[in-house]
Design a protein. Structure first.
Length: 255
């Protein structure tokens, strides 16, 4: 990324769902995109949920001219993510590929069996992804970035930096900018004009259904958005005529 700065950087975030159509847009990518956008970074979302054709995806990647491409995926979506990464490296060999989300967080070292992956973001991604971008642009030491995993340039061994502490206040997160999703109208039609809303992160329990994945992403400590922030978000969504209803997507809403 020679000659690049944050203002000129082009970031693409990919949700590689070619498996089962989902009713709601992915909140992980939505928050990271909104966080980067708030920092003045040019960010584009490519969401395969309604358009799983990989040749269409290939054309979008070519047109994007992305410097950094981030992927967020669960284990069932990993094969699709890997194929999309291959396409990215075929068309834009110099682009940086970053993996994040539940699957890479649980198996960060194993993720590098895929030679297309340059970095893995482990756990909560907003701050880590931004700091990684700053590090790459400024050519700083990767050791400064908490919560990432990467190859050692010397012997190709895998280095995992110290974990990042979870964000202490979720009010630091911006309200999701749903306009960053090029297919948001399709989601609204499919869901009956409903969108997901997050009021908290984390869960203190150890149920085998979610753990240890949830603990590694958001931790056991419950963190909340303020009621005022949540109410403001719902009010803004309603005023924008985006929703008729909403769905809380908290990890543990009733704790």
């Amino acid at each position: 990324m020679s000659g690049k700065n944050l203002d000129s950087l082009k970031v693409v975030l990919v949700y590689p769902n070619t498996v089962n159509r989902e009713a709601f847009p992915p909140m992980g990518i939505a928050y990271i995109a909104s966080y980067l956008y708030q920092q003045g970074i040019s960010v584009e979302i490519i969401d395969l949920n309604f358009e799983p054709d990989l040749e269409v995806f290939r054309k979008k990647i070519v047109l994007s001219m992305a410097d950094v491409i981030g992927f967020s995926y669960t284990s069932p979506l990993a094969p699709s993510a890997y194929r999309c990464m291959e396409i990215c490296k075929e068309e834009l060999p110099g682009t940086v590929v970053v993996a994040g989300g539940p699957h890479p967080t649980i198996v960060p070292h194993e993720s590098f069996d895929n030679q297309c992956i340059d970095y893995v973001v482990v756990g909560e991604g907003e701050v880590t992804f931004l700091e990684l971008l700053k590090c790459l642009v400024n050519k700083d030491s990767l050791l400064k970035v908490q919560g990432i995993c990467y190859r050692n340039g010397g012997d190709n061994s895998i280095i995992q930096n110290v974990p990042r502490e979870a964000m202490d206040s979720l009010d630091k997160l911006p309200q999701i900018n749903w306009n960053l999703f090029p297919n948001i109208e399709k989601y609204l039609q499919y869901s009956g004009n409903a969108l997901p809303v997050m009021t908290s992160r984390g869960c203190p329990y150890s149920c085998s259904f979610c753990q240890p994945t949830l603990d590694k992403i958001f931790g056991k400590k419950l963190r909340y958005r303020s009621p005022e922030k949540v109410i403001q978000e719902l009010s803004d969504l309603k005023k924008a005529n985006l929703i008729k209803s909403f769905v809380f997507q908290d990890d543990t809403f009733t704790v």
